[in-house]
Design a protein around this ligand. Sequence first.
Ligand code: 13P
Ligand code: SF4
Length: 367
Amino acid sequence: MANAALAIDSYRTLAEDEVQERILAAREALGDRAVILGHHYQRDEVFRHADFSGDSLKLSRQAAASGAEYIVFCGVHFMAEVADILSRPDQTAILPDMAAGCSMADMATLRKVEQAWRELGEVIDPDQAVTPVTYINSSADLKAFCGRHGGIVCTSSNAANVLEWAWSRREKVLFFPDQHLGRNTALLKMGMTEDDIVVWDFTKPMGGLAPEQIRRARLILWQGFCSVHMMFRPEHIGAFREKHPEGRVISHPECTYEVCSRSDYVGSTEYIIRTIAEAEPGTRWLVGTELNLVNRLHARHKAEGKQVHFMSPTVCMCSTMFRIDPQHLCWTLENLVEGRPVNVIQVPEETAAQARLALERMLEVSP
Ligand code: 13P
Ligand code: SF4
């Protein structure tokens, strides 16, 4: 009988130096059998071990292209699911801490979305009139829902291309779970107006909408949001501009429209990194996205005289991204060295096949 996996308990109290050394030793032992993918919101002590970093789109592509036997995903649950769906069957996707979810992704469930689809069916024929679009921050069964209903997945870096595709097929879009990415893309990039948009309140029958509102809408936005990005407010931008009129403001599209419409630049984490890296030395930036990334940008660009400020006066981090700590990474890797994968993410094949369809449509239309 195979030996049991090493237990996490003894890792919890490991000192930082020791844990870092043991991660390096385990990586050395695994060689190219394991690849570590790290999202930009990961804390530095974990992020430094990533072979590849990126936003959700870049990391999906990386997972699909990787030849490694083990894909260790330092990110959140839906990202590891995408890695499992897009990788080969003989590869294994691993999430170092199973509690690393995404509270926004949890705001849309298959049961609620299927209920919404049925209720829309009382007013229109959704399979004729509505393309379902799910933000990649969603569970695999919602991606599968999109796959089987002619829909598609999007990320923060391809939402405009995806919406264009969606509207070219059917007259309306049901966009879940993040209302802000949907609204910002439609209003700031696609020439839509507020009159084209309604918000589906998933706690109310028929989304709290009248049949006439549904008939008129081009875009039906699920009432989900990211609590981290809700912390950024237009008044933070106002105060910054007053103090630093020459400063530039850059925000993630999960921020509200009030924040994004007052920003000079709006885009994914990878876009934010690239834009600040390419800016002239001496520029000053106010950044509306997660704190670990903004702190890293601040440290990276200080020497060039670039000033990078965090948009909110309160500390706001993604607490679920933060669940991935060096202790869990070490535990995961040492178990791999022992040949006992832990925290394996395996999407059931039928769900994976339908979700893959929606993800492949996305990859095809992505820039
Ligand atoms: P990006 O794809 O822009 O990295 O965003 C992922 C995310 O969860 C932002 O909150
Ligand atoms: Fe989810 Fe928000 Fe965290 Fe991104 S920052 S993973 S959307 S909770």
